[in-house]
Unconditional design. Structure first.
Length: 308
């Protein structure tokens, strides 16, 4: 076998099939030798080598034992090559199938991503629309509530209590007392400042009943000296006079307190030279009552603006 390993396929050298007979081998040899014999092909440098290969192949195949071994080995090699080709074909098919499935998976993933994005966009749009509708309904409800509240407040009756000038009760105590006494009479709101207290009632009848209770409880409610029922934004002349009088009393009290502090001070002020002291100012006459009422009306307007 080693003698013909360098020849390759012996049957191919002779140009015959593997199942040929001895006679067919000899006939093929004679025919092929005429083409490659050195004496007949002197111009062919490779003629001698070709004739030698042809002769060795013929002699090897004409030996039955050697041919049998060669045929067995050749069949095994052919079987191996066939399996290898089949394996390569399967591998190639698997590779192509894998590539096809990967491409299909990529397309499906891209489609899934697109659908997910579209669904997410639709969900987001629906959510934003629902939130906008909810906020609009909430705003409409708040506007309606505010409108109803304004209508209710516009129908309320306001009662003003003129507080006593010597009142020493705090605003919070006054408010607690009024709520405690007048809550059964539809008292809706209480506002207390330094000079007056405003009470808002649901109806005029309830306001009158509350005023009657205040008169009966005068011992408890000694912090006020006068009550006025007001309908609308107009103010009575009596209320202006009362506030003007209270402002005057408050100014006198502050001036009296200041003078007392100056007299009792442990650090007396230095006396000025009598020569450099200015002459006493002339006393100005008090303004007429009408001008005083106008000034009080302006002050009351400012107080109303602060309370509103």
């Amino acid at each position: 076998m080693e003698a013909v390993q360098d020849l390759g396929d012996l049957y191919k050298i002779l140009g015959v099939e593997p199942d040929v007979t001895v006679k067919q081998i000899e006939k093929a040899y004679r025919k092929a030798s005429l083409k490659c014999h050195p004496d007949r092909n002197k111009d062919d440098k490779d003629a001698a080598e070709k004739f030698d290969r042809l002769t060795r192949a013929k002699e090897f195949l004409l030996a039955p034992s050697k041919r049998a071994l060669y045929d067995e080995k050749r069949k095994k090699e052919e079987s191996r090559l066939k399996r290898f080709k089949e394996h390569n074909a399967q591998t190639q098919a698997m590779r192509l199938d894998l590539e096809r499935r990967e491409l299909e998976a990529e397309r499906m993933h891209a489609a899934r991503v697109q659908v997910t994005q579209q669904v997410s966009s639709n969900i987001k749009a629906d959510f934003e629309r629902a939130m906008a509708e909810r906020m609009q309904k909430k705003q409409d409800k708040a506007n309606e509530t505010d409108r109803k509240m304004r209508q209710t407040i516009s129908k309320l009756v306001k009662v003003t209590l003129i507080l006593a000038s010597n009142n020493m009760i705090t605003s919070s105590s006054i408010m607690e007392t009024l709520y405690e006494l007048l809550s059964p009479y539809k008292l809706m709101k209480v506002t207390v400042d330094d000079y007056s207290a405003e009470l808002m009632f649901e109806t005029k009848e309830k306001a009158l009943e509350a005023l009657q209770v205040l008169e009966e409880k005068k011992s408890i409610c000694g912090f006020y000296k006068k009550t006025l029922i007001e309908e609308g934004k107009e103010r009575s002349e009596d209320l202006i006079d009362e506030l003007d009088e209270m402002l005057g009393n408050e100014k006198e009290r502050i001036n009296l307190k200041s003078s007392t502090l100056r007299d009792d001070s442990t650090f007396p002020l230095p006396k000025k030279n009598a020569r450099s002291s200015p002459p006493p100012a002339e006393e100005k006459p008090s303004p007429p009552k009408k001008a005083r009422k106008e000034a009080s009306a302006d002050l009351l307007a400012e107080l109303d603006a602060m309370l509103m």
